[in-house]
Design a protein around this ligand. Structure first.
Ligand code: ZN
Ligand code: ZN
Length: 665
């Protein structure tokens, strides 16, 4: 008896120890330490496990109080807000069934099964109801269902009109009959959940419901379509406001909106999720490609042009056929159909029909293996802008950011194992040169190491990871390790860029691959006269040019630097009499290689200037009587600043701005 009532000993993060009475919760511990800590406490970490503040500490343990400042606290708050929302929805819309409500990188969502989608007016009502629940400051509690009662609980969910909860519960038990099943309660409302949660609904004060979307139950198109409500929550009103401002800014920069407004690209149902670049967008796209091509010359790459469609044999060799089937487009011909054995058309097409290539790597292996290679030819850097096709499900395609047809600034480096660090270093120089010109200055570097499911010996992995790390170190780059995030065949380095509004995008990558050279049986003759296997490095700087286009368009908000701008300047005569002078000026600018338009429409000067600004044209060249007399031009920038200069001087200035690929001032 005496033993049972003995206090528990907890170790705090600073290593100090404290005694707490048995039955104490982490919340009690926080209160014992200090009132200010108790006030900021959101959850706790008991022996490293995130848990509720209101759960009793059951044995001697290391306990850390998780306060609002801890990055994990926000997740607890947001998931608790998802519960608050589900509670409000079920109060307002009887018959709405709950499913799941996880957190996302900047908020949360909850999926409901209801007779109709929720409207913006519904969201306002739900939000108001959530405020009511928050003001009621209901205590949150956790119930553990005894193992003998879990099946009964599932039936109870079903009879209570919550079939999804019953299904989730049965799935958990099917995977692990011993699983601890917990239910979280607040007031009369409850939800099957592992937690943790905030201690009471009053903690949730600063939240906003954002939008709705359709989502299939369990992400499967064969299941019922549910209504998803997205929202976000923060610990302070200021943080919430800042986030909403960022969202507004992101919406203004949405590349799909800018693409329409600036006439850059379009989509058609005739080729779903495959972009059509319009003349202005194609211009920017081609300039980007030309920029990369220039650097290929300097960094010793050789470009090849390869077929788009292949016999399935090549993808059987590469291992894609079988592992990547659902993402590959297949092609068939009338000929194949005619020769198919009756009743076996599907199987025969699956076995024999051509494949539209989803990546360039196998074609480059074919080229490498097409003749005997000597060590003197290595490293061999082979680049390819071929159009690639990957089938992506309708639910995941998104503007240019995720498409089914795209091309990459793709290249493969075939080299010896010893050459890998040097190649990494050289690649990093190339990559930083590109990012600097494009105006990305904040770059995070990550080294993704061996995953659990992998091929190749640990010794090979040690070698590969060490080679990449060495390359990063001699390149002088600090980096973070992503344990277990490498590809199944080799480690990789990822480059994550921060854009103008603070969002991060993974663009560049270099990947170590001993697997494809093995599968294609690639060899080179070494200095020793013997056959050796090369290493293959997959690398891209911009990645998918389509996705990069989206990222870059949102980064610069459509205000391209002069060298990329589809229209670099528009010449605007104040009235008709200035037309001849303007025409001559347009000719001269064009002769200097500048892309210039004349806007002599019968519209007011202000209207034409405003339109040029909306189109984000870098320079507006305004000409009136005075300018004609003096041989000058009033140069107005996109930003509004204005100066008068001689036409020669203007040409010199613009040409230089293009040649140096200057960033917009
Ligand atoms: Zn929960
Ligand atoms: Zn590749």
């Amino acid at each position: 008896m005496a033993v049972e009532s003995a206090p528990l000993v907890v170790e705090l993060p600073d290593g100090s120890k404290r005694e707490v009475p048995r039955g104490s919760t982490a919340g009690d511990l926080a209160a014992q330490i200090s009132r200010s800590l108790a006030k900021k406490a959101i959850a706790a970490r008991v022996d490293g496990q995130l848990t509720d503040l209101f759960r009793p500490i059951e044995h001697d343990a290391k306990v850390a109080i998780v306060t609002q400042d801890d990055p994990e606290a926000l997740g607890v708050l947001r998931h608790s807000t998802a519960h608050l929302m589900a509670n409000a929805v079920q109060r307002l819309f009887p018959g709405a069934k709950v499913t799941i409500g996880p957190v996302t990188s900047d908020g949360f969502y909850y999926d409901f099964d209801y007779e109709r989608p929720f409207t913006p007016e519904d969201l306002e009502r739900i939000e108001a109801e959530m405020r009511k629940l928050s003001n009621e400051d209901q205590k949150v509690s956790r119930e553990e269902v005894p193992a003998s009662e879990t099946q009964a609980k599932a039936r109870q969910f079903e009879q209570g009109g919550e079939p999804y909860k019953a299904e989730i519960l049965r799935d958990i038990l099917a995977a692990n009959p011993e699983a601890v099943i917990s239910i979280y309660h607040q007031g009369a409302w409850s939800d099957l959940c592992v937690g943790p949660h905030v201690a009471s609904t009053g903690v949730i004060k600063h939240f906003k419901l954002l939008n709705t979307a359709g989502a299939y139950w369990r992400g499967n198109e064969k299941n019922k379509m549910l209504t998803r409500i997205y929202g976000t929550a923060y610990f302070s009103e200021a943080d919430l406001k800042a986030h909403l401002t960022r969202l507004e800014e992101a919406a203004k920069r949405d590349h799909r909106k800018l693409g329409r407004e600036l006439d850059l690209f379009m989509f058609s149902e005739a080729a779903p999720a495959m972009p059509f670049f319009l003349p202005k967008g194609a211009h920017v796209y081609n300039k980007l490609v030309a920029f990369i091509r220039e650097l290929y010359d300097r960094y010793d790459y050789q470009e090849v042009i390869t077929p788009l469609a292949y016999s399935p044999e090549m993808f059987r060799t590469s291992g894609h056929l079988g592992n990547y089937n659902e993402n590959m487009y297949r092609l068939w011909t009338e000929d194949e159909c005619e020769h198919a054995e009756p009743g076996h058309l599907h199987e025969e097409l699956q076995a024999d029909s051509f494949v539209l290539k989803p990546m360039n790597c196998p074609s480059h292996c074919l080229i490498f293996g097409s003749r005997r290679r000597s060590y003197r030819e290595l490293p061999w850097r082979v680049a390819d802008f071929a159009r690639l096709h990957r089938y992506e499900r309708g639910g995941v395609v998104h503007g240019l950011a995720r498409v089914r047809s795209f091309s990459q600034d793709d290249a493969h480096i075939f080299c010896t194992q010893e050459q890998v660090p040097g190649e990494i270093e050289k690649f990093i120089k190339f990559l930083y040169e590109v990012y600097e010109v494009l105006g990305f200055s904040e770059i995070l570097v990550k080294l993704a190491t061996r995953p659990e499911k992998r091929i190749g010996s640990d010794e090979l992995w040690d070698q590969a990871e060490a080679a990449l790390a060495k390359g990063l170190e001699s390149g002088g780059l600090p980096y973070e390790i992503l344990p277990g995030e490498g590809a199944f065949y080799g480690p990789k380095i990822e480059f994550h860029l921060k854009d103008a509004i603070g969002r991060t995008w993974q663009l560049g990558t270099i990947q170590y691959d001993p697997n494809l050279p093995e599968r294609f049986d690639l060899i080179y003759i070494g200095e020793d006269g013997k056959e050796h296997r090369p290493v293959m490095l997959h690398r891209a700087i911009l990645g998918s040019l389509e996705r990069f286009f989206a990222v870059y368009l949102e980064h610069c908000a459509g205000a391209f630097p002069l060298w990329l701008a589809p229209v670099q300047a528009v010449v605007i005569p104040i009235n008709e009499e200035n037309d001849p002078y303007c025409r001559e000026m347009v000719d001269r600018l064009r002769a200097s290689g500048l892309r210039v338009e004349l806007d002599n429409r019968n519209e007011s000067l202000n209207y034409r200037i405003r339109e040029a600004q909306v189109k984000k044209i870098p320079y507006m060249l305004v000409v009136g009587k005075k300018e004609v007399e003096q041989g000058t031009v009033a140069v107005r920038k996109r930003t509004g600043s204005q100066e008068v200069m001689a036409v020669d001087e203007l040409i010199k200035k613009l040409v230089e701005e293009v040649e140096t690929k200057a960033l917009p001032a």
